[in-house]
Design a protein. Structure first.
Length: 80
């Protein structure tokens, strides 16, 4: 697979912004955001499992395990 976005043709406009600022700018998942997504992407949204459509099931992970690739929750014990 190849990426459609390349450094030469379409650089990431957020590349220079520190990750902490980008994470702080993300809204908390709620019904209004899910409604916007469902209105914008109706056909795709309808195919999502119920737990994905429920905003209380969403979590933001900042770290992933190098070995398993699984997310590491904030405060969860892990090897560095």
């Amino acid at each position: 697979l190849t990426s459609f976005i390349t450094e030469e043709t379409d650089p990431d406009p957020n590349e220079e912004i520190p990750p902490e600022i980008l994470l702080a700018a993300l809204p908390e998942p709620d019904r209004a955001i899910m409604k916007t997504i469902s209105d914008t992407y109706t056909d795709q949204y309808e195919t999502l499992p119920a737990q994905v459509q429920d905003p209380s099931s969403w979590k933001l992970y900042e770290m992933f395990c190098h070995f398993s690739g699984l997310p590491i929750a904030i405060g969860e014990v892990h090897y560095r």
